[in-house]
Ligand binder design. Structure first.
Ligand SMILES: [Zn+2]
Length: 165
């Protein structure tokens, strides 16, 4: 029996450690330039019909809805990219891209140069179609322009919900 070569990590520039903000976070293993690719958001994929049929009683944490209404559940077969936390002033972003097979993929990349050991964030911009209030998804990212919620602010209505009394 030979010693199997361990598959190369799909996210070599990421390390998962306790976050300064929430739970686990993803940190840069080395200095990265702006627009450096961190990896693809992997996980179990659901078609729009499957998304509609399933009871989503899990936490939203690892679910990523694509613009074609497919959903990726990073909790099942996902990689380190699922540990990027939310920030209202993120240093990374998620970009959709069609691969050669015509499949829509979600690529994570840096927005700005990042130091080795820095925690990496994206703006989740969550949308809650069930009418959840912004206050149900509070943000504690600590950014100067923190909007106080991980939800995307879409309307006047939401804006007014964000103003604390
Ligand atoms: Zn924030």
């Amino acid at each position: 029996m030979s010693i199997a070569t361990k598959a190369a990590s799909s996210t070599p520039c990421l390390r998962v450690s306790p976050s300064g903000v929430h739970g686990l976070g993803a940190f840069a293993t080395r200095p990265l330039e702006a627009f450096a690719v961190l990896g693809l958001y992997e996980g179990r994929r659901y078609s729009p019909a499957q998304v509609a049929a399933k009871q989503w009683n899990d936490q939203l944490t690892y679910l990523f809805l694509l613009s074609n209404d497919e959903m990726i559940d990073g909790a099942k077969g996902g990689n380190a990219t699922r540990h990027l936390n939310h920030s209202c002033e993120p240093n990374c972003e998620a970009v959709e891209e069609y691969n050669e097979a015509g499949r829509l993929e979600l690529k994570f990349q840096t927005l700005v140069p990042v130091e080795a050991g820095e925690e990496l964030f994206i703006d989740y911009g969550l949308t809650a179609d069930d009418g959840s209030l912004a206050s149900e998804y509070p943000c504690r990212c600590g950014a100067a322009n923190c909007r106080g919620t991980m939800l995307a602010v879409r309307s006047e209505e939401h804006t007014s919900e964000l103003q604390s009394p």
